[in-house]
Design a binder for this molecule. Structure first.
Ligand code: UDX
Length: 440
């Protein structure tokens, strides 16, 4: 099938590449000429395991191309995927100007039937706005050409995006238009494997499904974080409690890991956007507001533990930091707990010596001009001469460190683990103090 993907950010590039990989003819459009130049030269503007090789293979096969030419892009695809950004505006609502502008472009240049698909995470009601933009542009041209608008939210996890796209749990398709349903069914047939994974529903339910999924997952995390904080006060171990409740199939084990708070490009933004949507609809989501408040507080939990151990004034202290990205296998630091931790530590006068396998360049950009952070390229270099070690991202390479060496290098041999990576007995056996989240 001929497919146009508008927006070569994370979602657009992954979707376009995976759709090309099963044999479609995909043209990706971006207004950012620099991004398109990099992509044309075989570079990838984001970090996602496996993506560079998949882009290259599909570019070489002639199935994946890039352009800044709007007219060419609109002419190309029967399907027009809108995968542009929806950044939060000042009050936390999703800003739809890029989505609407993309729809306008389709309306301006289309000459035959198009299926316009919202892939960006957009608030309930956005499909109506896309529809209105298309109708207006066509009316301005005096044309009456058929089109369908579909909501098809993505459920990609950073670091596992290709796998999530190629082997989806479900494919949500929001439209009641039979012609569009047929096109979407054909499009996703290669990803169905042996089960029917397409869930066809009305547009608004599809739009809400995406927010509901992320809000539910964020709720599980905040709930576990609160229980972890309570466990510490009650003398219980959250890791045992987690196993105890996860074995109930109604609860399940996934996404019950307490930590230093959730971050990333989705949960914080989508939780906020859903709170705003609900408020505007006259129904306050009390639970979700609490989820957000609890997460904000959780991002300071490690600082509190460090302060409790080293004192309020951290001037003259150096904190070794393992992990900057909001989670492993990405260089993404959007809403990362590390940002709050670093800001808290600097505000208390500390220096930070940070190691992350891929996110250091991103942190350097974020903290440009800050002289009290050093970035090192080996975990043990961060520990060398530092007072204590804090861990905020569970990169695999942190799982089995040399505890005696860490003990020897730290001035105050203490680890503050924001991801509960270790059996507490192991670092303690090596003579380290060990502080985790909700553990004895
Ligand atoms: C998420 C959703 O999982 C995905 O379906 C959606 O499309 C986009 O948002 P992503 O933001 O890439 O994906 O990361 P995810 O792996 O879900 O982690 C989000 C955050 O929650 C991370 O900061 C992670 O550390 C935290 N988390 C996750 C926990 O603190 N505990 C858990 O048990 C799971």
């Amino acid at each position: 099938m001929k497919i146009t993907v508008i927006g070569t950010g994370y979602v657009g590039l992954v979707s376009g590449t995976c759709l090309a990989d099963v044999g479609n003819d995909v043209l990706c459009l971006d207004v950012d000429a620099e991004k398109i130049r990099i992509l044309k030269e075989g570079g990838i503007p984001i970090f996602e395991p496996g993506l560079d090789a998949m882009v290259k293979a599909n570019v070489d096969a002639g199935r994946l191309r890039f352009t800044t030419d709007v007219e060419e892009a609109v002419a190309h695809g029967l399907l027009q995927f809108i995968a542009v950004g929806t950044p939060p505006d000042e009050d936390g609502s999703a800003d739809l100007q890029y989505v609407v502008a993309a729809a306008r472009n389709v309306g301006r240049f289309m000459t035959g039937y198009k299926v316009v698909v919202d892939k960006s995470t957009v608030p309930v009601g956005t499909a109506d706005k896309v529809q209105a933009a298309l109708a207006e542009e066509l009316a301005a041209r005096g044309e009456s050409i058929d089109y369908s608008v579909v909501s098809n939210p993505e459920f990609l996890k950073e670091g596992a995006a290709l796998e999530d796209f190629m082997k989806p749990d479900r494919i949500v398709v929001g439209t009641e238009d039979p012609r569009a349903i047929d096109v979407m069914r054909e499009l996703y047939a290669p990803f169905q494997r042996n089960h029917e994974r397409l869930l066809v529903m009305d547009v608004r339910s599809a739009e809400l499904t995406k927010y509901a999924a992320n809000a539910m997952l964020a709720t599980r995390i905040s709930f576990m974080n609160e229980l972890a904080n309570l466990s510490e006060r009650l003398g219980a171990d959250i890791e045992l409690v987690r196993k105890g409740i996860g074995s109930d199939p109604r609860i399940g084990f996934d996404f019950l890991y307490p930590g230093a708070g959730y971050g990333g490009s989705c949960f914080p933004k989508d939780v906020q956007a859903l709170i705003r949507t609900a408020h505007a609809a006259g129904h306050d989501l009390k639970v979700l507001q609490a989820v957000e408040d609890a997460n904000d507080a959780q991002k300071s939990v490690l600082t509190q533990k460090i302060v409790k151990r080293l004192g309020e004034d951290l001037s003259g202290k150096t904190i070794a930091l393992w992990g900057l990205a909001f989670k492993p296998n990405t260089d993404d630091m959007r809403e990362a707990p590390s940002r709050v931790l670093i800001a808290d530590l600097l505000a208390r006068g500390a220096r930070v010596r940070a190691y992350d396998p891929v996110a250091s360049h991103e942190a350097q950009r974020i903290f440009a001009g800050e002289t009290r952070i050093d970035f090192v390229d080996k975990p043990m270099l961060a520990v060398q001469g530092a007072d204590v070690l804090a861990i905020v991202t569970e990169w695999k390479e942190f799982r089995a460190p040399d505890f005696p060496a860490i003990k020897a290098l730290l001035k105050t041999p203490a680890i503050f683990d924001g991801r509960n990576l270790y059996d507490p007995a192991v670092p303690r056996r090596a003579g380290l103090e060990y502080f985790a989240i909700g553990r004895l």
